[in-house]
Write a protein that binds this ligand. Structure first.
Ligand code: PLP
Length: 372
């Protein structure tokens, strides 16, 4: 996958075989879960593993693996929000000016309002679809989330980054909805990429996890320092689960993306759906940039039904849909985002397409649509 198919496949090959290539005879193929607060540390404290809050061999294994896909230094965190916070703390200073999407994951805005703004940080909130044209002069940081969650608008990472860098601003991309296999923000010039690996990257709905990746050593040293000083550290068992999920990311994404493309067409042509958002539909507002910037339009679909009741009925009546928040898991799941207060219509459902056999999933959803 990734934009150039050959490059994407070579990344997957490297991901799957990297650890094996470094093993001594008798060492396990899968990384051990190292439960350690203390390590042997006589004399000078000059080892890579001096204390459990500083580093851990299971974190190192998952970081090395994600780092292959990102082609960059990677630091893991106990959740996507922990990664978001680390990236913000590493890049913002007193009186920093920040451009933030008004329609991205809402918790980032709440974090800003309730904690980070108290350090005299000024934020301007702009819809994702307008960020490409918005002036970046005077800002220290431009935060991008593309495709945005939940609205699935897309913005041009390379163009924004070029303008931002010329104006002296850094760019951070939340790449959660795409993953580094479908979209490569660092290759497009972004300074850091952050991800909630709770979603597709770990992919089994059994772990909260996150990471920050970047190619600027100084910036990454600050991210690492934040983790060490704030104690925002993942558990080794969670790091192992993320590692194990990552090994099948490409396989899962292939099925999820294939099914999502079919389902988007189904919603598009079905009278029960008032409208549909999917960056892979030719007349979707995100289509042009998504096609240029992503190797596939993803596995999340936005479907608007006529009202809240119809939307809820769709979710609860379809046996192939698990009614839950979050996205990127094995099972297809959905929720009305309006229930969290997102600025979407009451009948807007965010559908996360899972790994079920495509024909069976499309049949189940089609049959439910016919009854609405
Ligand atoms: N970024 C995006 C785009 C998300 O959708 C989420 C969670 O839904 C997060 C960050 C936060 O991730 P986590 O729930 O793992 O803290």
């Amino acid at each position: 996958m990734a934009h150039d198919r050959k490059h994407g496949e070579s990344l997957i090959m490297a991901l799957l075989h990297k650890r094996a290539a470094s093993l001594e005879k008798g060492e396990p193929l899968t990384p051990p879960i190292v439960n350690a607060a203390k390590y042997a540390l006589p004399g000078a404290p000059d080892h890579a593993f001096p204390y459990g809050r500083f580093d851990n061999p299971t974190w190192a294994a998952v970081e090395a693996a994600i780092g292959v896909l990102e082609d960059a230094e990677t630091i893991c965190f106990p959740s996507g929000m922990a990664a978001v916070t680390a990236a913000l703390m590493a890049t913002l200073g007193p009186k920093s000016k920040l451009l933030l999407p008004s329609d991205g994951y809402y918790t980032v805005r709440v974090l800003m309002d309730e904690f980070i703004k108290q350090h005299d940080i000024e934020t301007t909130e702009i819809p994702t679809a307008e960020i490409s044209a918005h002036p970046v002069e005077g800002y220290d940081l431009v935060w991008i989330e593309t495709p945005s969650n939940p609205g699935l608008d897309v913005c041009d990472i390379a163009a924004i980054t070029e303008r931002a860098h010329a104006a002296g601003a850094r760019v951070i991309v939340d790449n959660t909805t795409a993953t580094p296999l479908l979209q490569r923000p660092l290759d497009l010039g972004a300074d850091l990429t952050v991800s909630s690996d709770t979603k597709a990257l770990a992919g089994h709905s059994d772990v909260l996890f996150g990471h920050v990746s970047g190619r600027d050593e100084t910036l990454m040293a600050r991210v690492r320092q934040w983790r060490k000083l704030s104690g925002s550290t993942p558990g080794p068992a969670e790091a192992y689960l993320a590692y194990r999920g990552l090994m099948t990311l490409e396989l899962r994404l292939s099925r999820m993306c294939e099914s999502a493309a079919e389902l988007a067409n189904l919603f598009y042509s079905h009278k029960a759906a008032a409208s549909v958002r999917f960056p892979g539909l030719a007349d979707d507002p995100s289509y042009k940039i998504a096609t240029a910037q992503m190797s596939a339009p993803g596995f999340v679909i936005g479907v608007t039904f006529v009202d809240e009741t119809t939307a809820e009925k769709f979710i609860t009546d379809c046996a192939a849909i698990f009614a839950a928040t979050s996205f990127g898991g094995i099972q297809t799941s959905a929720e009305r985002r309006g229930r969290w207060g997102d600025a979407v219509p009451d009948g807007y459902v965010r559908l996360s397409v899972g790994c079920e056999p495509t024909a069976a999933l499309v049949d189940a959803i089609s049959n439910t649509l016919d009854t609405l």
